[in-house]
Write a protein that binds this ligand. Structure first.
Ligand code: AMP
Length: 572
């Protein structure tokens, strides 16, 4: 009966999405009109002299492009307790704290009911398409989800990470019936006070329901990899908890202990089975389908800065498909994955035309002083754009900072490939290298490690301009020891792999010094993760900082204090 209900709802969600995307241009105009009408009385729009106009032309004429920095003073006043309409017509009930791991600075942005509804629409849309390709039947999900601590702003508004605000929303459970309500772990685990404890219990719950788990998910691929890396270390403890029916003493949170003790009963057969499964695996290849024989797929964001974790995730996932989760930010959602069969390398996201008004600036123009944007219907396949967001949460022509490429159209809405965060990561003089350039260079150089049977665990970078001549520093954490000569060659390869003309010419005339490769102690990136969590982030939203600027002192200190070997390039 329940299954029928789910099928019916999935079909309805798909039908709605098909309708919305058939005339995406028109839906965009209506959406802009609605946003501007609902927020016409706000101080922000009033000051810009929009005078109640809601058409695209007037909007673009009156409202300037804005960055987070432009909006910060307004958001601050909201956080300080001003209740007059500043950015949104209705008072802002909650504030989201973005992960900030990419740039080292956390951003506060409004989170309201409309944003919550958008989140649900995105989740349900992509779930409906996923369910069509990989149907879930009365199953459970092993979802590695964690809630961050909430705090209250000076003006009394609750604040937390965007994912936490979603999980804590009173309607979340009801609306997600059929998706997250299948989560194996009780709420006490999700909302537990310590992420180590929550992770341990998520894994334990997954094992208790091993036969019912139909998919494994997390917000980002990083936390999936992190979960199974942890499993490698603690699986025997998990087995003994199952054998004896007693929760390990490391779990100290009382509500979590109480909730888990309701699930745990002595089960030596299950403990033996898991022990046998784990002992049979070579290098943990195919761990996920081995443990969860009825799992259909592994789900999470695996694109953009998460791509480097796909290789490690594939090792655990074995033959199970990796399905990419949707595209959005704490500031607002953009697009859903409606082609769940696409592997992470070619995943695209179809823009939802009713959740915001989207503009696109051709990448070539985005660094000019007056970049011109075009609408969603005007984008061209194969072209790259910066994405601009106007939404129901008080953002108007907001530069999200992401670069995307249009890969095609789903009906008449663009299908986007996420390229990268647009800000330059590595730049000393005329050289310009983005996160993607760094990722490609690292990918190229780390191929040399294959023969050494050593994996690259994670990487970051830094621009060292402390001496007269600046140079790039790349930090690598490896799974084991590699030969000196191989690492020297990796360093040279990295230097050569930055092919941007500015970098190459600067290196040739030695105005940029030799690239430096620093090998880090094992566990260094874990320390960075712990640091980020101590700053209020959650594991759900953690992204490894791909470049550590001098202003990010604490993370720079962590990497610099954990260097075991250093190599300088002789490539030029
Ligand atoms: P946050 O600042 O924590 O809200 O993270 C939002 C940022 O994460 C976005 O602006 C993107 O750069 C990145 N992001 C979100 N979803 C995806 C995705 N599906 N693929 C790649 N990057 C993503």
């Amino acid at each position: 009966m329940l299954l029928k209900m789910e099928e019916f709802e999935s079909e309805k969600v798909i039908k709605d999405f098909e309708e919305l995307t058939k005339n995406a241009g028109k839906v965009q105009e209506e959406t802009l009109k609605k946003i501007l009408e609902e927020n016409a009385e706000t101080e922000y729009l009033q000051l810009l002299g929009l005078n109640g106009k809601t058409d695209v032309e007037s909007f673009k004429q009156c409202v300037p492009l804005a960055t987070h920095k432009d909006l910060e003073p307004y958001i601050q006043r909201i956080m300080d307790g001003e209740t007059n309409p500043i950015l949104t017509g209705k008072p802002v009930p909650t504030i989201s704290l973005s992960s900030g791991t990419t740039q080292g600075k956390q951003k506060f942005v409004p989170f309201n009911d409309e944003l919550f509804q958008n989140t649900m629409q995105i989740y349900l849309t992509s779930f409906a398409y996923r369910n069509r390709d990989y149907p879930i039947q009365n199953g459970k999900a092993l979802a590695f989800i964690y809630s961050s601590k909430q705090f209250t702003t000076k003006g009394g508004i609750p604040a937390g990470t965007a994912t936490t605000n979603v999980f804590r929303h009173p309607e979340y459970r009801q609306l997600m019936k059929g998706i997250q309500s299948q989560c194996c772990s009780p709420d006490e685990v999700v909302f537990g006070s310590d992420f180590h404890e929550s992770l341990y219990c998520h894994l334990l719950c997954g094992l208790l329901y091993y036969n019912e788990v139909q998919f494994i998910s997390s917000t980002f691929a990083h936390s999936l990899v992190q979960a199974f890396q942890t499993f490698e270390l603690i699986w025997e403890d998990l087995c003994s908890d199952i054998r004896d029916g007693i929760l390990n003493e490391r779990i100290t949170d009382l509500p979590t202990r109480a909730a888990m003790s309701k699930l745990l009963k002595p089960n030596p057969e299950l403990a033996d089975l898991i022990y046998k499964k784990c002992s049979s695996l070579s290098k943990w290849y195919g761990l996920i389908p081995e443990l969860f024989p009825n799992a259909k797929y592994v789900y999470g964001i695996m694109t953009g800065s998460m791509e480097p974790y796909v290789k490690q995730l594939r090792r655990y996932a074995g033959w199970l498909p990796l399905v990419c989760a949707d595209y959005g930010a704490s500031e607002g959602w953009v697009a859903a994955n409606v082609n769940p069969r696409s592997p992470p390398e070619s995943a695209t996201f179809a823009v939802l035309p009713n959740i915001g008004y989207f503009e696109f600036i051709p990448l070539k123009e985005s660094r000019t002083s007056e970049p011109k944007s075009i609408g969603l219907s005007e984008v061209e396949v194969g072209q790259e754009y910066e994405i601009i967001l106007t939404n129901f949460a008080g953002l108007y022509r907001y530069r999200l900072g992401d670069a995307v490429k249009v890969m095609g159209f789903y009906n008449s809405t663009p299908e986007l490939k996420f390229l990268c965060r647009q800000n330059l990561l590595l730049s000393i003089n005329i050289d310009k290298n983005t996160e993607k350039d760094l990722q490609l260079a690292v990918e190229e150089a780390s191929k040399l490690l294959v023969a050494e049977k050593v994996d690259l665990i994670d990487f970051t970078s830094h621009v060292d301009v402390s001496k007269e001549k600046g140079h790039y520093v790349i930090f690598w954490e490896l799974s084991g020891d590699a030969d000196e000569n191989v690492l020297k060659e990796c360093c040279n390869c990295l230097d050569r792999a930055f092919v941007d003309a500015g970098y190459v010419s600067s290196r040739k005339v030695n105005s940029i010094g030799p690239l430096e490769l620093r090998i880090l102690k094992k566990g260094t990136f874990y320390k960075i993760l712990l640091h980020s969590l101590s700053m209020g982030n959650t594991l759900n939203q953690f992204k490894t900082p791909r470049c550590v600027g001098s202003s990010n002192k604490s993370v720079l200190q962590i990497v610099c204090n954990n260097v075991v070997k250093t190599y300088f390039s002789t490539a030029y």
